[in-house]
Design a protein around this ligand. Structure first.
Ligand code: FRU
Length: 440
């Protein structure tokens, strides 16, 4: 069996969104959007991995694959809940409207329809793609959109019944749809929420209570149009939500969840200790061809797990405590990276100062943290090289940085802001003053 440590990577070929993230029968399960033939997006399957601690991952192969008329062109994103000891996996079923004679893995002229479906697994390890699937919501034209209605996030409500939120669109404006079910099988429409803050279409919604409020995570399409590679972004917004009626009000404008702008489609669950934890997909502009563990060319990985919590009136995303716990060995420099061992650095950065981590530059200017990865993109064009947080309101900040061969994650002031970026060819140069430098 293939294993990953810290960052779950594609077992080969392509991955995108995390799906069905759940702590179930004593283990974490993480499914993911997977095209198992090439390092590019195509007919979607759900790959599957399990973990005891959110940092050591064991790949378990493909869980869900197209097998029905309604899902014959893809198993899009969705979520998991436990119902009477069984694992219920909800997903969006895709059917193309016309065959594409030159590439059966992509819809011709982007013409497809979407419905919502369910697979019931008795134990989270066996998935009967022929007998255990059923459609739970048909292709919708009202109040949804037959094509762009997707990514069911299901949870158990305070009264023991179930809720589902779907991302959708209406007349060019992003929309959320809310459904209710008593048994997880039969669903009735409850309410909707439409807002230009949700872009033109909202993908991958996630909605959960956090303290005495609710938090909406979502990926609005079309809110930035800067002509660069990644126009779609992950956002979060505090909200008031009435579970009984499905009435949502955003109490603040959405903000970026990760200022590196590579992270997309985050999904959350509750960890073993009952804390809200999320993982997001790190988009990679090109595949890694020469993996040291011999896996086929792979493209896409998951972020580190992050907690979601309120602190001083703000939503913060500190790294999950199981991550720093792995970094016990002192490291004098970046050389462990050469042995494919990750490095953790901590320190304080003041206005006007900068660090150089193997070609990845982190600096503080005018109260903002800025990064520049331009030497680490190996000739890629049309890809963001620099990133910048909002004004931190101070002239110094505390940094906790995780470095691996293909990713740098920067936690600022213990997750008050996070900035993560994909890199290629991290070097061994090291300039800066660090308080701790450790490896695993
Ligand atoms: C987000 C997304 C989802 C969809 C899936 C398809 O990255 O577009 O909305 O379900 O990817 O792979």
């Amino acid at each position: 069996m293939l294993h990953d440590f810290l960052h779950l990577k594609a077992p080969g070929h392509w991955i995108n969104d995390p799906n069905g993230f759940i702590f179930y029968r004593g283990q974490y399960h993480l499914f993911y959007q997977h095209f198992p033939y090439e390092p590019r997006w195509g007919t979607m399957h759900w790959g599957h991995a399990v973990s005891d601690d959110l940092v050591h991952w064991e790949h378990r192969g493909i869980a869900l694959f197209p097998s029905k008329g309604y899902d014959c062109n893809g198993i899009f994103s969705g979520s998991a809940v436990e119902v009477d000891g069984q694992m219920y996996l909800y997903y969006t079923a895709i059917r193309y409207l016309q065959e594409n004679p030159e590439d059966i893995h992509r819809a011709l002229d982007d013409r497809f329809e979407a419905s919502q479906a369910l697979v019931i697994s008795p134990d989270g390890l066996r998935f009967d793609n022929l007998k255990a699937k059923r459609q739970v919501l048909p292709v919708l034209s009202q109040p949804g959109d037959p094509k762009n209605t997707r990514d069911p996030k299901v949870w158990r409500a305070a009264d023991g019944s179930f809720r589902m939120v779907l991302g959708s669109t209406h007349q060019g404006v992003g929309r959320l749809l809310f459904y209710r079910s008593e048994d997880g099988l039969h669903w009735t429409y409850l309410n909707r929420y439409t807002d230009p803050a949700l872009g033109t279409t909202l993908e991958c919604p996630d909605l959960f209570p956090l303290g005495d409020r609710w938090l909406l995570l979502g990926c609005p399409m079309g809110i930035t149009a800067d002509g660069l590679l990644y126009p779609d972004q992950s956002t979060f917004a505090p909200a008031d939500f009435d579970e009984a009626s499905g009435t949502l009000t955003l109490t603040r404008a959405p903000e970026f969840l990760d200022w590196g702008l590579d992270l997309y489609a985050p999904q959350s669950t509750l960890d073993k200790e009952g804390r809200r934890v999320l993982i997001g997909w790190m988009r990679m502009p090109r595949p890694v061809e020469d993996a040291p563990d011999g896996r086929p060319a792979w493209r896409g990985m998951m972020s580190l797990p992050r907690l979601v919590e309120w602190r001083d009136g703000r939503v913060c995303f500190p790294v999950h405590p199981n991550v720093p716990r792995c970094f016990t060995r002192p490291a004098a420099d970046l050389s462990p990276l050469g042995e494919h061992r990750p490095v953790r650095l901590t320190g304080t950065l003041r206005n006007g100062e900068s660090w150089n981590l193997g070609g990845f530059r982190i600096g503080m200017t005018d109260g903002c943290l800025e990064t520049d990865r331009s030497p680490l993109l190996e000739g890629l064009t049309g890809c963001r090289t620099t990133a910048r947080t909002p004004d931190l309101g101070a002239d110094f900040c505390r940094l906790e940085v995780y470095l691996e061969e293909h990713i740098v994650e920067v936690y600022i002031d213990d997750g008050r802001y996070v900035l993560s970026q994909v890199v290629y060819g991290l070097g061994s140069a090291l300039e800066g003053t660090f308080e701790t430098m450790t490896t695993v």
